[in-house]
Each structure stands twice: as structure tokens, then as C-alpha cells.
Write a protein that binds this ligand. Structure first.
Ligand SMILES: *Cc1c(COP(=O)(O)O)cnc(C)c1O
Length: 388
């Protein structure tokens, strides 16, 4: 008989009832060190007092207000996003998938309003933009699209990081190029800064829009507020989610004025998107994460973590092949199935997340302490030893 919860996930037999910073506490009272953060969501750890205060303060006032009215909390979040990024405007969503859907609509509307027949969006293998019909078409990943056809037309998938393929595919008919600066689900695969700069230049040469998906790699995860900042370029449109809510469902599409010009009243909407509860939390997350001091700490801790992980890889060459990633978006390329390492981690009360390309993801809360990093590496070491 089918479970009452639609069985689309293979779940570990653990349930958490409480969290404190980098620790998730299971129903049996045992404490797990959390290097998954709900897949890059809990950027400030569990039950962060600042976020709890922001949420409960708003919860006592008003939860939901329709976008038929002014929503000051939404305006505050949009102000912060515009102030700290390339963007001129933001639409607030409840998830990354919704952000991807709007980004695609925005691209199409832009070219429609230019009176040009440009609908092709170039994407890359290993991409993940969500599970909606549009987002799976954009990913092109066999596992995600099989059985769900016919796919939404207008996407062409190129080999990841293959600039030659992009140079021959892009033309004056290309609507946009869409990619994650660091692929998350695809296996913590950063695109070199020089490549991102060249992609920006190719888009400029052909008039195509550049759409970046920073749902997983954004919000301080890589040590900059957004990963593309390392390359010194800016997109035309960007999707944000996961970390922006610190655990509360929240996402956003950021855009330059020119790219967003077609999105006038009536062209898009959301019942919940931009609600006061989510936006109060999101604004607080932005106030904390989008500061030089906070990001400097992320980088300091990332260097420490990475150095220890290099030692771990050297100590277990039969389990691990190497470390990759940027900031606190780290991946351990495995020689064995990463799901086996995840399971061995559970035995050490450590939470990690598998990804494609045989990679184990380490996405700790950005405020993890030095002691917790040392403890995490000790637990990874014991997990690896149990597999060797
Ligand atoms: C998780 C993710 C999404 C989808 O976000 P949801 O909030 O699950 O809808 C989109 N893009 C990237 C890069 C992601 O990691």
C-alpha cells in the first residue's frame, strides 16, 4: 500500500524534533552535527535567536497580506536585495522552483516585447533548477525528465563548462544562457571565473540575457554574497532561494530594469510570495549575512575546513579522491558511492548530503564554529575508517 506521504523520497530513518545552531536533535535525543543545513538552507543554523525573534515578532502582528496591498516587509527585503546586488528590482517567491519559472517567463517576455523570435535558452548538463515542468526541461537530466514528457520546448543542454560548445551554440537567435556558477545537485562543480566572464562576454556579443541560478551557491555560501561576484561580472536575471529564508520558505528573482521591463501589472503573481512572515525573516538574514565581517568569517572558516578536508582525503585515498567547491559549499569527490559515506556518517551522528558526479556535499551552517569544524572532520574520519 502506498504511504500516506507520497513516496518520492528515499528517507533515512531519523526524525528531528529540535535544532541548536549546527546541531539537529533527533526524537531519541541524540545529537547530529549538521553538515547539510537542509541542503544549504539553514545558513544561520537551527533556531537562530535573531531569526526566531524576527519570525515571532511578525507572527504576533500579521501573517498574510495579499499583494493587492502594500507590504512594507516585502519592500524592506527588496530594498536590501537591490542595495547589495546588481539588481534594480526583485520579485519575492516561496521557493527556488518558482524563481526559476519566473526567470524563464521574464526571458520570454523580454524578447516578445522586443518583437524578436528568440526563445532558445541554453543550459548545461548537470544543472538543477527545480522540479516543475519548466525547470526539468531546463535541466535536461534524464532521471528528472523521464516519463514527464512532452517537455516544455525552448531549451538546449550543452556539456557542463564546455565553452567551445557554447561558442558554436550561441547565436543572435539565443534568448538567454542559464546556469549555476557552482553546480550544487550536479556535484559541487564551480565554473572557473574566467569561463563565467567569457560567458558574459558571449551573451553581450549576441545580445542574449545571462540568467544565473544562485539558489544553492548564493547567500554567502561561497564566501561572497553571491558566487558570480568572484568573476567580477553581473547577470541580467538571478534566482535566489534556500539560504535567503534561513529555513523559512522564501525565494526571489532579481533583475536589471531592462530585463524586467516587460513584467508589468498582471503579467505575474503569487498568493504567498512576499508575505510579511517570510520577508521579515529574509530581511533579517540579509542584514546578518550581507556584511563584510560575516563574509570574512565564512572565508576564514572555509579555509580551515578545506585544509582539514585535504588531510582527510590524504588519510583515506580508498574512499575519497579530492576536495572541491568554494567557501562553505564543499564537495568530497568519492571513490565509492557517496550514499555509502552518507550512511556511515549517520552512524557517527553526522549529516551530509550526496550529489551527482559521485560527490558528497558538505554545506554547514555559515556560522559553524571552529570547534564544530574540527568535530565534523573527526566524525568524517571515523565514517571513512568504517568503510575502508
Ligand atoms: C534547490 C534548487 C532549486 C529549487 O529550489 P526549490 O526551493 O527546491 O524549489 C533551484 N536551483 C538550484 C540551483 C537549487 O539548488
Amino acid at each position: 500500500m502506498i504511504s500516506h506521504v507520497l513516496p518520492t523520497y528515499n528517507r533515512a530513518p531519523i526524525a528531528f524534533e529540535k535544532g541548536e545552531g549546527a546541531w539537529a536533535i533527533a526524537t531519541d535525543g541524540s545529537r547530529y552535527l549538521d553538515l547539510g543545513s537542509g541542503i544549504a538552507v539553514n545558513v544561520l543554523g537551527h533556531a537562530n535567536p535573531d531569526l526566531v525573534a524576527a519570525l515571532t515578532e511578525q507572527a504576533g502582528k500579521i501573517w498574510h497580506v495579499s499583494n493587492l496591498y502594500q507590504i512594507p516587509q516585502q519592500e524592506r527585503l527588496a530594498d536590501l536585495l537591490v542595495e547589495h546586488t546588481f539588481a534594480d528590482t526583485a520579485f519575492i517567491t516561496n521557493s527556488g522552483t518558482e524563481a526559476a519559472e519566473l526567470a524563464i517567463k521574464m526571458v520570454r517576455k523580454y524578447w516578445h516585447d522586443q518583437g524578436q523570435d528568440r526563445i532558445e535558452i541554453l543550459t548545461f548538463e548537470g544543472a538543477f533548477h527545480g522540479r516543475s515542468t519548466g525547470a526539468i526541461a531546463a535541466s535536461g537530466t534524464e532521471k528528472m525528465v523521464k516519463g514527464f514528457g512532452p517537455l516544455m520546448p525552448g531549451f538546449r543542454t550543452l556539456p557542463w563548462g564546455d565553452l567551445d560548445a557554447l561558442r558554436s551554440a550561441i547565436s543572435d537567435k539565443t534568448a538567454a544562457v542559464m546556469l549555476e556558477p557552482v553546480q550544487g545537485e550536479g556535484g559541487i562543480r564551480p565554473l572557473p571565473d574566467a569561463d563565467l566572464r567569457e560567458i558574459r562576454a558571449l551573451c553581450d556579443r549576441h545580445g542574449a540575457l545571462l540568467v544565473l541560478d544562485e539558489v544553492q551557491c548564493g547567500m554567502g555560501r561561497t564566501g561572497r554574497l553571491f558566487a558570480h561576484e568572484y568573476a567580477g561580472i553581473a547577470p541580467d536575471i538571478m534566482m535566489v532561494a534556500k539560504g535567503i529564508g534561513g529555513g523559512f520558505p522564501l525565494g526571489a528573482v532579481l533583475a536589471r530594469e531592462k530585463a524586467a521591463a516587460g513584467m508589468v501589472a498582471g503579467t505575474h503573481g503569487s498568493t504567498y510570495g512576499g508575505n510579511p512572515l517570510a520577508c521579515s525573516v529574509g530581511a533579517r538574514v540579509m542584514e546578518i549575512v550581507a556584511t563584510d565581517a560575516f563574509l570574512a568569517e565564512v572565508n576564514r572558516k572555509a579555509a580551515l575546513f578545506r585544509q582539514r578536508l585535504e588531510g582527510l582525503v590524504a588519510a583515506h585515498p580508498d574512499v575519497f579522491e579530492g576536495v572541491r567547491g568554494q567557501g562553505l559549499m564543499l564537495g568530497l569527490k568519492c571513490r565509492i558511492a557517496p550514499t555509502d559515506v552518507v550512511k556511515a556518517g549517520y552512524a557517527q551522528h553526522l549529516l551530509t548530503v550526496p550529489a551527482a558526479d559521485n560527490t558528497l556535499r558538505l554545506l554547514p551552517p555559515l556560522n559553524i564554529t571552529d570547534e564544530e569544524i574540527a568535530e565534523a572532520v573527526a566524525r568524517l574520519d571515523r565514517a571513512a575508517a568504517s568503510l575502508g
